[in-house]
Ligand binder design. Structure first.
Ligand code: HEC
Length: 156
């Protein structure tokens, strides 16, 4: 019994990084973001800088910053809006108040689908790179560190 449990643990520990290293933007993330987020973050949505010029206008139109290309999506991961993707999509496991981010619900119809899609996006961002920190410290949220940024994978 003990050895069986140990064997399955070893199996998971070995299998996960191999699977995670395989996640790419083109193959996995682009189609996922298009399907789940495209309605409000698609090609006709404002770029992050356009959005920031008049957020209230775009919110009324139910448009968020564009995430339909690798480059626009990365602006919400690394710079200038460090950690925005993580803060909005986290299921609550990493947030101080344990509440999911307000875009988490868009990850799928069911809790199972949301969990699977979150796992995929986390693997793409990079093991150990998933944190909710900002570029600059704000309130209780610390600034992201170079060490944390070094863990980003974001394979194209
Ligand atoms: C029904 C429309 C809608 C859908 C679907 C949607 N979003 Fe959003 N999103 C918005 C709007 C509107 C905002 C801006 C208001 C706000 O900050 O909550 C926003 C904001 C965001 C932000 C914050 C951007 C910033 O600059 O801080 C992120 C990150 C985000 N969305 C990611 C996603 C992801 C990833 C998905 C898909 C899993 C998604 N959203 C699905 C409408 C949507």
């Amino acid at each position: 019994m003990k050895s069986k449990l140990l064997a399955s643990l070893v199996c998971v520990a070995v299998a996960l990084p191999a699977w995670a290293a395989d996640v790419t933007y083109l193959k996995d993330i682009k189609p996922l973001i298009k399907a789940q987020c495209g309605e409000c973050h698609g090609d006709d949505a404002p770029t992050l800088h356009e959005f920031d010029l008049d957020p209230e206008k775009y919110k009324k139109e139910k448009l968020g910053p564009r995430t339909s290309t690798y480059e626009t999506l990365l602006q919400l991961v690394g710079w200038p809006d460090a950690g925005a993707l993580m803060r909005r999509l986290d299921d609550g496991a990493n947030s101080g108040d344990k509440k999911p981010g307000n875009m988490y619900k868009n990850l799928g119809e069911t809790e199972e689908e949301r969990a699977t899609n979150l796992k995929l996006i986390k693997a793409w961002v990079g093991e150990g790179a998933w944190n909710l920190n900002r570029w600059e410290k704000r309130g209780d949220v610390p600034a992201v560190t170079k060490e944390q940024l070094d863990r980003l994978q974001l394979k194209y």
